[in-house]
Design a protein around this ligand. Structure first.
Ligand SMILES: NC(=O)c1ccc[n+]([C@@H]2O[C@H](COP(=O)([O-])OP(=O)(O)OC[C@H]3O[C@@H](n4cnc5c(N)ncnc54)[C@H](OP(=O)(O)O)[C@@H]3O)[C@@H](O)[C@H]2O)c1
Length: 293
C-alpha cells in the first residue's frame, strides 16, 4: 500500500518505543497519524515530532484495555478523517511473576491490553475497510507469541492469542484487498522490559544471562541462541516494509527467531533444550529476588 498525505494511520502505544518509531515513519510519508496511549504529555511530545517530520498528528488519549476507549479511537478517527489505511495494534505490556504468584488481576490485565484491545479495535475498524476494500491491520505479537519464556506466562499466553486471532482474521479476508499481519519481534531497546507489571523482567534477564553462560559451561548445556537487541527504528523499518509489500503473514523481525518458531512447532522439547541454562538461571534469579523482597 502506498501511504501519502491523504492516508490515515492509527498507532496505539504511540507514547513510547516502537510506537514512536512507527508514527515517525508514517509522518515522513506525510500521513495523518492518530497517536493513541494513556500518557497525554508524552503523546503531545510525539505529536510535535510527527508535525516536524511532515505528518499531521491527532492525539487521542485512551486506555486500550477498555472496550469503550477502543471504540472511541476508531469512531473519532472515522468521524474526523473518514478512513483508516493502517491500524498498528502496537500497545502492549508484559508482566513478571511465576505462574503460582500471578494475581488474577494481572492475568486479566495482560489479556486486556495485549489481545482484547486488538479484537475491539480491529472489529470496529473492519466495516470501514471492507466498504473501501482497502486497509492493513498490523498486530504486534512477539517471539513470546510462538514459544514459552519463564516468569511471564500471562504475557506469553496473550501474545500466543494474538497470533491465533490474526491467523483466523486472515481466513476471513481471503479475496479482499485488506491485509492482516502479525509481527513477532524479539528484544527491542524500549521501556518495555522495565515497564512490566509485577516488577522488571529486564532486571531478571540482566542478572540471569551472565549466570546462564557459567551454568552452560559447567553443565555442558547450550548457550541460549539470543538474537541481538534491535533499535525501535530498525524494527519499525522492517514492519513498514511489510506494509509497503502488502504482506498478509507472520513477520519475524530478528534473525534466527523464525527458525526457533519452526523448531518450537515441530519439536518443542528440542527448542526448550536450547534455552535450558537460561531458564534455570532466570528461575534462580527470581527465587533470589523473592527472598530479598
Ligand atoms: N521491547 C521488546 O523487547 C518487545 C519484544 C517483542 C514485542 N514487543 C511488543 O512491542 C509492542 C511495543 O512495545 P515497546 O517495546 O515499544 O514498549 P514500550 O516502550 O513500553 O511502549 C509500550 C506502549 O504501549 C502503551 N500502552 C501500554 N498500556 C496501554 C494501555 N492500557 N492503553 C494504551 N496504551 C498502552 C504505552 O503507553 P502509555 O503507558 O502512555 O499508555 C506505550 O506507548 C508491545 O506490544 C510489546 O509487547 C516488545
Amino acid at each position: 500500500m502506498t501511504i501519502s498525505a491523504s492516508s490515515v494511520v492509527i498507532v496505539t502505544g504511540a507514547s513510547s518505543g516502537l510506537g514512536v518509531a512507527l508514527s515517525l515513519e508514517a509522518a515522513r510519508r506525510g500521513a495523518h497519524v492518530v497517536l493513541v496511549a494513556r500518557r497525554e504529555d508524552r503523546l503531545r511530545d510525539v505529536a510535535q515530532q510527527v508535525a516536524d517530520a511532515g505528518g499531521q498528528p491527532h492525539v487521542i488519549v485512551a486506555d486500550v484495555s477498555h472496550e469503550h476507549d477502543c471504540y472511541r479511537v476508531i469512531d473519532t478517527t472515522l468521524a474526523e478523517h473518514g478512513r483508516i489505511d493502517v491500524l498498528f495494534n502496537n500497545a502492549g505490556r508484559g508482566n513478571m511473576a511465576r505462574v503460582e504468584d500471578t494475581p488474577t488481576e494481572q492475568w486479566h490485565s495482560m489479556f486486556a491490553v495485549n489481545v482484547d484491545s486488538i479484537f475491539w479495535l480491529t472489529a470496529r475498524a473492519l466495516p470501514s475497510m471492507r466498504a473501501r476494500n482497502e486497509g492493513h491491520i498490523i498486530a504486534i505479537s512477539s517471539v513470546a507469541g510462538r514459544y514459552g519464556h519463564p516468569l511471564n506466562a500471562a504475557y506469553v499466553a496473550a501474545k500466543h492469542a494474538v497470533v491465533g486471532f490474526i491467523a483466523a482474521l486472515r481466513t476471513e479476508l481471503v479475496g479482499t484487498n485488506i491485509h492482516a499481519t502479525t509481527i513477532c519481534p524479539a528484544g527491542i531497546v524500549t521501556e518495555w522490559a522495565d515497564a512490566t507489571e509485577g516488577g522488571s523482567i529486564g532486571a531478571m534477564y540482566g542478572a540471569a544471562i551472565p549466570k546462564s553462560r557459567v551454568l552452560a559451561r559447567e553443565h555442558g548445556l547450550s548457550t541460549a541462541p539470543l538474537s541481538r537487541m534491535m533499535t525501535a527504528k530498525e524494527c519499525s523499518d522492517i514492519i513498514w516494509s511489510a506494509v509497503d509489500a502488502g504482506r498478509s503473514d507472520d513477520v519475524y523481525t530478528h534473525s534466527g527467531t523464525k527458525e526457533l518458531a519452526v523448531l518450537s512447532a515441530q519439536d518443542r522439547l528440542m527448542q526448550e533444550d536450547k534455552f535450558e541454562a537460561l531458564w534455570i538461571a532466570m528461575n534462580q534469579t527470581y527465587e533470589e529476588h523473592k527472598a530479598s523482597t
